[in-house]
Write a protein that binds this ligand. Structure first.
Ligand code: SDX
Length: 444
């Protein structure tokens, strides 16, 4: 009868250890008993980038990277994208079940009445240069919200946690739209509680102006665009222990308030390898400029000179299921806005890459960021708003994961160990006895 355990023999001592296997893992702490001598600290694991380390047990999102499966609380992402709304999905993530119609109505009402932000926040935004990146403004202003809700520090109280969920889901679109309006020198457009979530955001963004770069100036009032944006918000709502969610969990493990923790998560998302990738994809497609330049660009990627942005994923080793849905919605958005010519370069880039062994052998497929920026640009969003459009819906995932970590008895403050390879103990040298050395990090 096979046992759910693994036996490790330490060849330094000949001693064997049996470690239990649970959920396909062994507890790292179980390795500490493996010592070469009695004074030994015991074995640790070395896992830069956490390539093979489970940081938590979660019941929120399931991903099967080989099969291209993504489920929120057991519901397949393509079914939620087809039948649900972002607010319904945010409720599902937090509550664990889809809301009844009465629950959805009360949840939606509550969100609509938290969309306003304190008037003082506008002073923060006015302090930014006109060309400040909106993600820098969002990270700053969401952190500033912590100073307006000091009671949010009471993170152990379930009711307090729930109120912050309402506030942040409601206020992120307002902060995002205000950051954009500041960048284009337009007056802020206040939330309209008669509008749906995505519709209200589009109105706060583009009311009174034609979206810059939009292929069809009046398209931003179209219900199809509001629905397309709502679907994009669903697709971006959560994605288990990605870099920004892990940052949320790590920062909040110190019992930091949720606003400051969301700011830290958004800061991680800002990186071009993560949520900043959709912005990088657009810049890459514009640089390629024409399908005839694709072979030369791909050659540069294969020489390791650059990455094919929007391709590859730590977990998905097949097509990102979100990219499939986004590709479907691209055509529907273009029916309203006009076709974004960059889509032709993207489609040809995908076709060539998926036939090239460099990408096949590395299991590199389009991820969620490969097509999303093309839709956003067709809708009239400027490129630097793209990571902001990622942060708005991901706030639902960050906060749900935050609450789950606080309720998890296994969790404690995150404090990884290290392998020390620096100099051993040495005596202090008085400054008049020091000689110049060729240390690579010299600053003078
Ligand atoms: C998101 O984690 C999540 O869930 C994130 C996310 C979410 O919803 O939260 O899904 C959102 O962040 C999507 C990813 C967006 N980022 C990009 O599109 C940037 C481009 N992609 C790469 O930087 C990369 O694929 C990562 C960062 C996404 C994943 O990197 P890994 O898992 O650390 O893989 P790796 O860098 O070790 O790559 C393995 C090999 C390497 O080649 P070799 O050294 O073996 O020769 O694949 C190559 C890499 O050079 N490679 C790429 C590539 N991605 C990996 N080569 C060219 N272009 C790429 N995009």
């Amino acid at each position: 009868m096979s046992k759910d355990s693994v036996t490790i023999t330490d060849n330094r001592t000949g001693q064997s250890y049996e470690l239990p296997i649970e959920h396909g893992t062994i507890r790292a702490l179980d390795l500490r008993q493996i010592k070469a001598t009695a004074e030994d600290f015991g074995l640790m694991t070395y896992d830069p980038g956490y390539m093979n380390t489970a940081s938590c047990r979660s019941r929120i999102t399931f991903i099967d990277g080989d099969k291209g499966i993504l489920e929120y609380r057991g519901y397949p992402i393509d079914e939620l994208a087809e039948h649900s709304s972002f607010l319904e999905v945010a409720y599902l993530l937090w509550a664990g079940e889809l809301p009844t119609s009465d629950e959805l109505e009360r949840w939606t009402h509550g969100v609509r009445y938290h969309t306003m932000i304190h008037e003082s926040i506008k002073k923060f935004l006015d302090g930014f240069r006109h060309d400040a990146h909106p993600m820098g403004m969002l990270v700053s202003t969401v952190a500033a919200l912590a100073t307006f809700y000091p009671e949010a520090k009471n993170i152990q109280d379930p009711e307090t946690r729930k109120i912050q969920f309402y506030r942040l889901i409601s206020k992120m679109p307002t902060l995002a739209a205000f950051a954009y309006r500041h960048s284009v020198g337009m007056p802020f457009v206040y939330p309209d509680n008669n509008l749906g979530y995505a519709e209200n955001f589009l109105n706060m963004m583009f009311h009174g102006r034609e979206p810059v770069g939009s292929l069809n100036p009046n398209s931003h009032h179209s219900p199809i665009l509001a629905r397309a944006l709502d679907v994009l918000f669903i697709l971006h709502a959560d994605h288990e222990q990605n870099c920004s969610t892990s940052s949320m969990r790590m920062v909040s493990s110190a019992f930091t308030d949720p606003y400051t923790s969301v700011a830290a998560a958004a800061a991680a998302l800002y990186g071009p390898l993560h949520g900043g990738a959709n912005e990088a994809v657009l810049r890459m497609l514009r640089e390629i400029g024409d399908v005839k330049h694709i072979p030369e660009f791909i050659a540069g990627v294969k020489r390791g000179e650059r990455k094919l942005m929007g391709f590859g994923h730590r977990v998905y080793k097949s097509y990102d299921p979100r990219a499939k849905v986004i590709k479907y919605w691209a055509d529907r958005v273009f029916e309203v806005t006009g076709r974004n010519p960059l889509i032709d370069i993207a489609l040809e880039l995908e076709r060539i890459a998926l036939a090239d062994d460099y990408f096949i052998s590395r299991k590199l497929y389009p991820n969620v960021d490969f097509y999303s920026g093309i839709i956003y640009e067709a809708m009239g969003f400027p490129t630097d708003m793209f990571p902001v459009l990622f942060a708005i819906p991901r706030t639902a995932g960050w906060l749900t994961q935050w609450r789950e970590s606080l309720e998890d008895p296994d969790q404690k403050i995150a404090r990884p160990r290290q392998i020390y390879l620096g100099p051993g103990k040495r005596p202090f040298i008085p400054v008049d006895q020091r000689v110049p050395s060729d240390h690579v990090n010299g600053i003078v």
